[in-house]
Design a protein around this ligand. Structure first.
Ligand SMILES: Nc1ncnc2c1ncn2[C@@H]1O[C@H](COP(=O)(O)OP(=O)(O)OP(=O)(O)O)[C@@H](O)[C@H]1O
Ligand SMILES: [Mg+2]
Length: 508
C-alpha cells in the first residue's frame, strides 16, 4: 500500500546537501504515504500510512500538518493542526518519521506564537535553538526536589494566605468574570527583575480577551521576559489540544538550564472541551459529562511536568498556574474536581465577593496551598498564621451576625477587626507590593493599629504605613533570610507604634 513521496525524498536530499552531509540515507519511514478516507471538522481518517506511531507528525495533502492520535488496525485517526478546508478524501497522507515538535530557545522570548511555533506577531520567523517534542515525559521523582523558593504574586491575599512556591501547581478557579486572568496577569507582571521566565498560554478564548492581556503585558514591560502561546476559540481543536503541552515543552527548555519558569494555562476548561470534541469525532466512548475516559490523564500528564529539579539536574523550576472556569460556583463538577486533585492547591474566586467589590475575590476558606507554605518567606510566617485564623473566624462570625443576634463586646471587636483585615487584603490590579511592604501592612493590621480607623480610611492609612516605614521596609525584606524573632521585628513594631501614637491625637 505504501509508495514513496517524491517531494519528501527530494527535500531530504536537499537538506543533506545544504548541511554538507557527505552521506544521505534514504529515510524509508517518511516515504510511507497513504490516503485520506474521510475528513470532518479537524479530524481525518487515513489508511495505508504504514507503521505510523502514536503522536507522529503527518503531512496531509502536502501542507497540512496533523498528528496521529488513534491507531486502529485498519485506519488511523488524525487530528489536524491546520485548516482542512482544502483537503478532500483520497489525498495523500505522508509520514514524517518524527513526533510533533516545537522550536525552543531564547528566541521565543518577547514573541507571540501558535502552539506549533509559528509567529503571530508579524515579527518574522522564530529563531530556534533546538526542536523539542510537544509530549515529553515528566521528570522522574529522583530528579525532583521539594518546593522551597517562593513565587511572589505581589498580591497580599495570596502571598500571605495561599503562598505559591516555585515548581508548584496552583489552580485558579472561579465562575466567569471573577478575575481569574487578572490574578495570573498580576503574577506575570510581578516577575520583573526576578529572573522568572513567564509563558502565557491562551487556549480557546476570544481574540479580544487575549489581545487585552497581551497589551497589558507589553505595556508593563512583561514581554521582556515572557512570551505567549495563543490558540483561539475558532482555531482547530487539535491546536487547542496540543497548546498547553507545547507551552510546557518551551518552558522545560529553560527549566533544564536551571532557570525558573512560570506557565499560565488560560484556561483548561476550553482545553478539556477541545479534547472532548476530538474524542467524540474519533468516536471514543463518552463518559461523565460526555468527556472521554482519559480526560483525567491528559491533565495529570500535563501538570506532572511542573516541578522543581534537584541541584544535579540544574535546580530549575517550572511553576504551573492552570485556570478553570466553573459554572454557577459548582467546584465539584467533573473537570474542576479532577484538577483540584491533580494540583497542589487552589485559589477559588467567589463571584459574591466580586460583586461586593472585595477584589481580588479570593475565597480564603475554599482556597489552599498545599506546598507553598514551606516556601513562604519567614517574614510572613509571623503574621500569616494569626491572620488566617482571625480571618476565617471572622467569616464565620459575619455570617452568624447577619441573623441580627445581639453581640457581646468581644464579638463586636472581633468583627470590626476582621473587617479591617478584609479591607487590607483588597488590592487593585497592577499594584504589586514587595514582601517588605506587605509584611509591614499586615503587621500593622494584626497588631490592631487599624481597628479604630473608619473603613474608608484604611487604604490611606495603608499607604501611610508604607511610606513611613520605607527605611525599615528594606530591612524587613531581609527577613527572607532571617528569623521571624529577629530584633528587626521590634524595630518595625516600634516604628508602627510611634507612627500610630503620633496620629491618634490628631484625629481626636
Ligand atoms: N483586583 C481587581 N481590582 C479591580 N478590578 C478587577 C480586579 N480583578 C479583576 N478585575 C476586573 O474584573 C473583570 C474580570 O476580570 P478577568 O477578565 O480577569 O476575569 P476572568 O475570570 O478571567 O474572566 P473570564 O471568565 O472572562 O476569563 C475585569 O474587567 C477586570 O478588570
Ligand atoms: Mg479570563
Amino acid at each position: 500500500m505504501t509508495k514513496p513521496s517524491l517531494k519528501h525524498t527530494i527535500e531530504q536530499a536537499l537538506q543533506a546537501v545544504r548541511k554538507g552531509k557527505d552521506e544521505f540515507t534514504l529515510d524509508t519511514e517518511s516515504m510511507e504515504v497513504g490516503r485520506i478516507l474521510s475528513i470532518v471538522q479537524g479530524v481525518a481518517y487515513a489508511e495505508g500510512v504504514g507503521a505510523v506511531r502514536a503522536e507522529e507528525l503527518l503531512m496531509l495533502g502536502h501542507d497540512v500538518p496533523g498528528m496521529a492520535l488513534d491507531i486502529l488496525p485498519e485506519k488511523i485517526g488524525i487530528v489536524l493542526m491546520g485548516s482542512g478546508k482544502n483537503l478532500k478524501a483520497n489525498e495523500e497522507v505522508a509520514r514524517t518519521g518524527r513526533v510533533l515538535d516545537v522550536p525552543v530557545g531564547e528566541g521565543l522570548i518577547g514573541r507571540i506564537i501558535t502552539p506549533l511555533g509559528m509567529p503571530l506577531d508579524g515579527r518574522g520567523a522564530i529563531r530556534e535553538d533546538e526542536r523539542w517534542p510537544v509530549e515529553l515525559e515528566a521528570p522522574p521523582i529522583l530528579h525532583r526536589a521539594p518546593v522551597i523558593k517562593p513565587l511572589q504574586t505581589g498580591l497580599k491575599v495570596i502571598d500571605t494566605l495561599i503562598p505559591i512556591g516555585r515548581g508548584q501547581r496552583e489552580l485558579i478557579l472561579g465562575d466567569r468574570q471573577t478575575g481569574k486572568t487578572a490574578i495570573a496577569l498580576d503574577t506575570i507582571c510581578n516577575q520583573k527583575d526576578t529572573g522568572v521566565i513567564c509563558i502565557y498560554c491562551a487556549i480557546g478564548q476570544r481574540s479580544s480577551s487575549v489581545a487585552r492581556v497581551l497589551n497589558e503585558m507589553e505595556k508593563r514591560g512583561a514581554m521582556a521576559y515572557s512570551f505567549a502561546v495563543v490558540v483561539e476559540g475558532d482555531d482547530q481543536p487539535g491546536m487547542q489540544y496540543i497548546a498547553p503541552y507545547a507551552a510546557t515543552t518551551m518552558g522545560e527548555y529553560f527549566m533544564k538550564q536551571g532557570r525558573d519558569v512560570l506557565v499560565v494555562f488560560d484556561d483548561l476548561t476550553r482545553h478539556a472541551q477541545a479534547y472532548r470534541q476530538l474524542s467524540l469525532l474519533l468516536r471514543r466512548p463518552p463518559g461523565r459529562e460526555a468527556f472521554p475516559g482519559d480526560i483525567f490523564y491528559i491533565h495529570s500528564r500535563l501538570l506532572e511536568r511542573a516541578t522543581h529539579l534537584n541541584t544535579e539536574q540544574g535546580g530549575g523550576t517550572l511553576t504551573a498556574l492552570p485556570i478553570i472556569e466553573t459554572e454557577e460556583q459548582n467546584i465539584s463538577a467533573y473537570i474542576p474536581t479532577n484538577l483540584i486533585s491533580i494540583t497542589d492547591g487552589q485559589i477559588y474566586l467567589n463571584p459574591d465577593l466580586f460583586q461586593r467589590g472585595i477584589l481580588p475575590a479570593v475565597d480564603a476558606g475554599k482556597s489552599v496551598s498545599r506546598v507553598g507554605g514551606r516556601a513562604q518567606m519567614p517574614g510572613y510566617r509571623k503574621v500569616a498564621g494569626d491572620l488566617r485564623l482571625t480571618y476565617s473566624q471572622f467569616q464565620e462570625l459575619e455570617a452568624f451576625a447577619r441573623f441580627g443576634t445581639r453581640l457581646d463586646e468581644e464579638t463586636r471587636s472581633k468583627l470590626e477587626h476582621g473587617k479591617r483585615v478584609r479591607e487590607i487584603l483588597k488590592q487593585e490590579r497592577f499594584a504589586p507590593l514587595t514582601p517588605g511592604e506587605q509584611v509591614a501592612v499586615l503587621l500593622a493590621v494584626t497588631k490592631g493599629h487599624f481597628d479604630k480607623l473608619p473603613l474608608e480610611e484604611i487604604d490611606q492609612a495603608q499607604q501611610h504605613v508604607i511610606t513611613a516605614l520605607t527605611s525599615a521596609l528594606d530591612e524587613i525584606e531581609l527577613l527572607g533570610e532571617a528569623q521571624a524573632n529577629d530584633p528587626i521585628w521590634d524595630t518595625a513594631s516600634k516604628a508602627l507604634d510611634t507612627l500610630f501614637a503620633k496620629e491618634s491625637p490628631e484625629e481626636a
